[in-house]
Design a protein around this ligand. Structure first.
Ligand code: COA
Ligand code: MG
Length: 293
């Protein structure tokens, strides 16, 4: 699986921020055409993104574009027309509420792929779940299309849609946050957590990101370069985590061979669920590129 630990947003009409994001070593950047861009700047942003895709060296960083919501008569068709010919790696679709919306965008991308003779299905989709209807329809959304590689949870828009008030603990949006993980995992795609808007609060970002990791998320949105390092570190298992997981799995194999399904490791009972969790740690390390085998 492609690493998507931190995904850094920037307004699509800001070439300086796009260049800055491209040089950070972040797993993905999301060049925005939706709410981070004023209505009067949409066309300028499309052109800026198209030019950047042709000229900027993004290295290993995945190049994603957030278009406007895929609803009838919306701006999103022009967003796709102006940017798809320059072959981004994928699109982030905001305020997704139905499988049909994903299929509609997917079919449009298929036309670009066939027009330019690119392999079919290579442009990926990531769906933002950030409305009550999006949460309610998670099942059909998560199953909708082969291009879909991730579900992203959007807490700020969801809170507004619910008439909720944001609090530091986030219990007002917890059901939606948790549902995104469950539906993504049920369909073998990545769950990605919401932004953390307090730019100066590094400890707050760290603990919210750890909470996301503990819930099963594979990554988190970032809105400032300073957040990238914190987020990517949390989603990269430490050398000690990896060694511990490897030892536990080795001990499990030895006990299995001796006909024992359950055993004690470091004073704790270990059986199959703990071994599966240890495998997840190794999978995270492989995705992050810190473990080869
Ligand atoms: N991506 C890339 N570079 C960024 C960045 C981002 N998201 N946010 C800030 N930078 C750059 C700035 O351009 C500046 O570069 P410089 O030192 O070369 O001039 C440097 O990082 C420091 O930025 P700073 O002065 O701390 O922030 P700011 O006041 O310029 O910008 C925000 C603050 C919130 C406007 C900015 O971080 C931002 O645009 N974030 C993303 C917003 C967004 O996309 N929202 C939509 C999705 S929620
Ligand atoms: Mg939003």
């Amino acid at each position: 699986m492609k690493p998507r630990r931190a995904l850094l947003f920037m307004p699509g009409d800001d070439r300086h921020k796009i260049e800055k994001g491209a040089a950070l070593g972040v797993d993905a950047i999301i060049m925005d055409l939706e709410d981070g861009v004023a209505l009067s700047r949409k066309q300028a942003a499309r052109e800026t993104i198209a030019a950047a895709l042709q000229a900027v060296d993004f290295g290993q960083t995945e190049r994603l574009i957030r278009i406007n919501p895929p609803v009838g008569g919306g701006l999103y068709v022009a967003d796709l027309e102006a940017t798809a010919p320059y072959r981004p790696d994928g699109y982030v679709l905001p305020k997704v509420e139905s499988a049909q919306q994903l299929r509609d965008v997917s079919q449009r991308l298929e036309q670009f792929e066939s027009r330019f003779r690119w392999p079919e299905g290579t442009i990926k989709l990531l769906a933002l779940i950030e409305t009550a209807r999006g949460v309610v329809n998670l099942r059909e959304i998560a199953e909708s299309d082969d291009r879909l590689v991730a579900l992203i949870f959007g807490a700020e828009d969801l809170a507004a849609d619910l008439g909720a008030i944001r609090t530091p603990d986030g219990w007002e949006v917890f059901y939606g946050r948790s549902a995104v993980v469950i539906h993504a995992r049920a369909n073998g795609i990545q769950p990605i957590d919401t932004i953390y808007p307090h730019l100066q609060n590094r400890t707050g970002l760290e603990s919210e990101t750890e909470q996301a990791l503990y819930m099963g998320f594979t990554g988190k949105l970032a809105i400032h370069p300073q957040q990238v390092e914190v987020i990517q570190a949390v989603f990269t298992p430490s050398a000690e985590d990896v060694a511990r997981a490897q030892h536990m799995i080795a001990a499990f194999r030895t006990h299995q061979a001796a006909g024992e399904g359950v055993f004690v490791f470091d004073g704790k009972m270990i059986d199959m669920p703990m071994i599966r969790a240890a495998e997840v740690v190794l999978a995270r390390a492989r995705t992050a590129g810190t473990l080869d085998v």
